[in-house]
Design a protein around this ligand. Structure first.
Ligand SMILES: [Mn+2]
Length: 338
């Protein structure tokens, strides 16, 4: 955060405010961790805060301190709308465009509140009075830590806040291995442990909570994997029928896409997951090195994200989607095999 942003934020929060804190739709560890951490921090500063999610979040994040207080737009529609309409300030975390909150977008567009964005994705929209956007950050959680630090409030980071921030950094960095993980990330994580973050328990609660059906679904996904050696690319498909067969629950396919990258030489990994209700295939893209899946997702699949991790969607059938995807690869052969 630069000096002007810190001054503007201090000014905005100089008296007690009603503050809505919003993660993106289908919130992940970083989205839930950052919103809960910020909420607790701001409530310690005397504000009336509420985390309002566009929809529900996976079971493996439900243990997080404050998670039981989150209202979601699908289940608590009236309350959510009311809080947003009456909010003085709205923080949007881990996304940078109203397109990422689904049906909640209308609510945000009509809100009278001043917006503050804290986010590390590319190409932020211009809706906020304070846009704290940094694509070099490992996670929005790292940015929330940096924000609290810039406000001079590190001493307000308690064990709950530390656990929340730790969780988001851990999940968004693939347990501290992705490229955006810096020495500063590790210094922050070290301090979070000093503040009581329980790294062993967090790892266990997030990663070691598989159900037998999820592992069977993973088996199915891996069996479906197609390897295109020519393009150093691997992709996985999962149809609604397959999801149903293995009692799919929200969050079950989290991380499946990364298995492609564990293959020697593979630089581009993709998973296509059918969502019959929405009539689409949701797509996750991952890469190693300079091949930008953000651009790829933006150009061809109505999505975006980061250089090495992005999402998108397709309204075509599975066959058409795959044909289209494969037809794009020759254009990138050089980038994928250089
Ligand atoms: Mn994130």
């Amino acid at each position: 955060m630069n000096f002007e942003q810190v001054a503007a934020l201090k000014n905005l929060l100089s008296s007690p405010k009603r503050i809505a804190i919003i993660p993106h739709k289908n919130p992940d560890g970083d989205a839930i961790g950052s919103t809960l951490a910020l909420s607790k921090y701001l409530s310690k500063k005397g504000h009336n805060t509420q985390v309002l999610a566009p929809n529900d979040f996976p079971k493996f994040l439900k243990w997080m301190p404050g998670a039981d207080q989150i209202l979601n737009y699908e289940r608590h529609n009236a309350e959510t709308k009311k809080f947003i309409a009456e909010a003085d300030v709205i923080f949007t975390l881990d996304f940078n465009d109203f397109g990422r909150v689904g049906h909640m977008a209308e609510c945000l567009e009509n809100a009278k509140a001043k917006f503050v964005m804290v986010d590390h994705h590319q190409q932020p929209s211009g809706y906020a009075v304070i846009t704290y956007s940094d694509i070099n950050m490992s996670s929005t959680c790292e940015m929330v830590y940096t924000l609290i630090d810039a406000m001079g409030d590190r001493d307000l980071i308690d064990q709950d806040i530390a656990n929340c921030i730790y969780t988001g950094i851990m999940t968004d960095t693939g347990s501290f291995k992705f490229r955006a993980t810096t020495s500063q990330t590790h210094r922050i994580v070290a301090e979070l442990m000093d503040k009581g973050a329980d790294n062993t328990a967090i790892h266990q609660r997030v990663y070691d909570t598989n159900s037998p059906s999820r592992l069977h679904l993973l088996g199915c996904a891996l069996k479906n994997m197609v390897i295109l050696e020519e393009f150093n690319t691997a992709y996985i498909t999962l149809t609604q029928e397959e999801l149903d067969r293995y009692d799919y629950e929200k969050g079950d396919t989290e991380g499946f896409v990364n298995y492609g990258l564990t293959l020697d030489k593979i630089r581009f990994a993709v998973i296509f997951i059918e969502n019959k209700e929405e009539g689409i295939f949701k797509i996750s893209f991952r890469s190693v090195g300079d091949f930008s899946v953000n651009e790829f997702a933006r150009n061809y699949f109505d999505g975006g994200g980061h250089t090495n991790a992005a999402g998108g969607k397709s309204e075509k059938s599975l066959e058409e989607t795959i044909d289209y995807f494969v037809s794009l690869l020759p254009k990138y052969k050089k980038a994928l095999t250089a």
